[in-house]
Structure formats: structure tokens, C-alpha cells
Ligand binder design. Structure first.
Ligand code: G3I
Length: 369
């Protein structure tokens, strides 16, 4: 509180001292009131996004306030997925997704749609569906077109196909394995290998203005999965399939290799597509320890990794290809990791009370310097 009057006094002294030498006639206007704090969205030269969940968004003022202060892009965490939007065949439920999309519109926040085609989060009627290949094609096309039409003009972009590639060999999640078990895909099973291209075509027909993304994880492993992803993206582009971008989810942990992340970003950018870091979080308890403390040393390591990722994105993705960085939630209170793995963890930039963590300041620094 004492610093502003002192600064003002010093400016006047400097001006008066300099006045005789350089003819300064004006006095400095004092700066009063608090200096506005830096924010993620105000600092980044590209959109900063978060996954959001409808229920805290409409009930929790800390949640809503943090989102509005810090972010200018949003992705629905699960409310726009197939199991929610069409829980029974022909019965649609766009209410939770509409709430999120409406909130984004009201506050001029970019809305990224997530997702149209995934082998998970499917309603039971789809898993039980019996039909020949044309009946499956109809189900597939109808779902994509219905949802993309419903949100036409309200979402800037879609993750059209999510996680189609296997982790072990980079091949398409295949027909041979049981659907929905982590390596199989009901879509590949019934629609053939080229279903990915057709998903983009159907989405584009429904909403020609939306930017269309392929979204996946594990690029930073620099393995066969990244190789085949690049090949897939290049082949879709070469065939004139309407794809605009690639999502690098980046669900990583504290041991992640920053050089590998940089290399993956550089290779994804080499496709010429938009590159979206689409689901960033950094686990600090990847080994599921039951008795772990989030020590200051761990907090700093996490902060430094957030900083490196933001710097790496800026260094390796040309400005015109930066679709932005999206964290998968923003508060440790709401991360999927804690409920999914049933463990303690602190993966996000804000703590469970919505206070800024060192991770937040690391991310901010990486966006700045
Ligand atoms: O089904 C009920 C719904 O009826 C009810 O209204 C709601 C109330 O909480 O719960 C619903 O279940 C939710 C389910 O998604 C619906 O599909 C669960 O609570 C929710 O935890 C669940 O998990 C989501 C998961 O995807 C499946 O959709 C996670 O929250 C979400 O973070 C996770 O996100 C995925 C990305 O889409 C793709 N990449 C990996 C990422 C993390 O797994």
C-alpha cells in the first residue's frame, strides 16, 4: 500500500529534476487503485480453455468466477457425448450440453464440441444394436448429423473422432477385439477402416463452418501411435477430407519428458493442421501411492512442467496453427483423475479451494516469457 505514493513522489521528483534540462512541462498522472492481475486468457496470444461440467458451473460461484476470469475457451467434459445426448434410441437429451453452450455464448467464450465419435461413453442401445452395415452406417451418420446440426453456429469446432488408435501398435482400434474394452471400437467393427474419413464428411455436411479435429492421447510417447497418427492425418488431408486440426490431449504426469513433448508438438505441427493441446493435466501421483503429500518440491516440479509445456507450444507450433491450450478442468476439486483412479492427486492449476497453485504461475510464466 505504501509503494504507490512513493512511486508517484519519485516520478514528480524525476520530472521536476529533468524539467530544467529537457523542458518537461507536464506532471505525471498518478496511478491509483490496484494493478489488474495477469490472467491466463489475458496473457496468452491464443485461446486458453478448460473442460467444464454443467453442475458446478450453474451452482458454484468459485467455479464460475474462476472460469470467467481466466479462460476464453470451453469444452464440455461429458455433456455432449453420445451416452448423454441420446440415452435411448430416438430420445434426445441436449439439456446439459445446451446449458454449457448457452453459458459460453452469453459470456463470449469459444465453445469446442467434444465429441462426436468415440468407442467409449456410448449408450447401451448402441452397444446392443443389431443391424447390417447399412443400418450401422445410418446410425453413425444420423448421430453425427443430428448433433452437429443441433449445435450448428454455436460451437466453433468439434472433436469429430476421439481416440481411434491403439496404444500398443498404432493400428486402428480393431474389429477383432471386444468393443469398448480399451482396444476395440464398435465403429471400426461395423463400419470398416475408413469410418474416420466419413465421420469428418458427415460433420462437415451438417456444419460447414465448424473446424473439425481428430483428438487423441499419447503423442508424447513418440512411438508407433504418433507415427500412425501423423500418417492418418496426412492421408486425410491429401484426400481432401475436411479436417482442420489435431488435438493432443496430454494427460501426463510429473515425470513427463519435456524434450519428447516438444518433438511431438513439432511433428504434429508439421502436418500443417491446427494443433490444440486439448485436455492437459499433470498427475503428481502416477503410481497411485496411498500416503502421499503434495510437498513444495512436487508443487515446483509441476509448476515447472506447466511452464515448459506452454513455452514448448509457443516454440514448436507456428502462431497460425495455435488453436490453444485447454486444461481438463481447472481445480483439483473437479479433476477426473481423482474419481477415476480413486487416489489423491493434484493435477490442475487451481487447488481444491480454487486458489492459484504454483502450477498456475508456472503456466502463466510459460505463456509470458
Ligand atoms: O451418466 C451420468 C449422468 O446421467 C449424470 O447426469 C451425471 C451426473 O454426475 O453422471 C453421469 O455419469 C458421468 C459420465 O461421464 C457420463 O458419461 C460421470 O459422472 C462422469 O464422471 C463420466 O466420466 C467422464 C468420462 O470422460 C466419460 O465421459 C469424465 O468426467 C471425463 O473427464 C472423461 O473425459 C475423457 C475425455 O472425454 C477423452 N479423453 C480422456 C478423458 C478422461 O478420461
Amino acid at each position: 500500500m505504501m509503494r504507490l505514493p512513493c512511486l508517484y513522489h519519485c516520478l514528480i521528483v524525476i520530472c521536476f529534476t529533468a524539467a530544467s534540462a529537457i523542458g518537461c512541462k507536464k506532471t505525471a498522472t498518478p496511478q491509483v487503485g490496484p494493478t489488474p492481475e495477469a490472467t491466463l486468457k489475458g496473457t496468452a496470444a491464443f485461446p486458453m480453455g478448460s473442460a467444464v461440467v454443467a453442475s458446478p458451473l450453474n451452482t458454484n460461484y468459485y467455479y464460475q468466477g474462476t472460469l470467467l476470469n481466466e479462460y476464453n475457451s470451453m469444452t464440455a467434459d461429458y455433456e455432449m457425448k453420445f451416452d448423454i445426448t441420446e440415452p435411448q434410441e430416438g430420445t434426445y437429451n441436449y439439456t446439459p450440453g445446451d446449458y454449457i453452450v448457452g453459458f459460453a455464448a452469453q459470456h463470449h467464450i469459444r465453445m469446442h464440441g467434444h465429441n462426436l465419435i468415440w468407442h467409449q461413453a456410448l449408450p447401451s442401445w448402441v452397444l446392443a444394436f443389431k443391424g447390417d452395415s447399412s443400418a450401422w452406417e445410418n446410425l453413425f451418420a444420423t448421430h453425427i448429423k443430428n448433433e452437429a446440426t443441433h449445435y450448428k453456429g454455436q460451437v466453433a469446432s468439434w472433436d469429430v473422432v476421439n481416440e481411434a488408435l491403439r496404444d500398443d501398435n498404432g493400428a486402428l482400434r480393431s474389429a477383432e477385439t471386444t468393443p469398448n474394452d480399451g482396444s476395440g471400437s464398435i465403429w471400426r467393427q461395423h463400419l470398416g477402416a475408413d469410418y474416420i474419413a466419413r465421420a469428418f464428411v458427415y460433420a462437415h455436411e451438417a456444419d460447414p463452418a465448424a473446424l473439425l479435429f481428430y483428438n487423441d492421447y499419447g503423442q508424447e510417447w513418440l512411438g508407433v501411435k504418433l507415427d500412425s497418427m501423423i500418417a492418418l492425418l496426412n492421408s486425410l488431408t491429401k484426400r481432401g477430407i475436411p479436417i482442420s486440426g489435431v488435438g493432443m490431449q496430454m494427460h501426463i504426469d510429473i515425470n513427463a519428458d519435456t524434450a519428447a513433448i516438444s518433438e511431438a508438438l513439432r511433428r504434429l505441427a508439421s502436418t500443417g493442421l491446427l494443433v490444440h493441446i486439448s485436455e492437459l493435466d499433470i498427475s503428481v501421483n502416477p503410481n497411485n501411492l496411498t500416503n502421499i503429500t503434495f510437498t513444495p518440491a512436487l508443487q515446483l516440479r509441476q509448476a515447472s512442467l506447466f511452464e515448459s509445456i506452454a513455452k514448448s507450444y509457443r516454440a514448436n507450433v507456428p502462431p497460425a496453427q495455435r488453436y490453444g491450450i485447454t486444461t481438463w478442468g481447472f481445480s483439483d476439486a473437479d479433476s477426473w483423475i481423482i474419481s477415476y483412479f480413486h487416489r489423491q492427486d493434484w493435477p490442475l492449476p487451481f487447488d481444491a479451494n480454487y486458489a492459484k497453485k504454483p502450477a498456475y504461475f508456472g503456466l502463466l510464466k510459460g505463456l509470458t516469457e
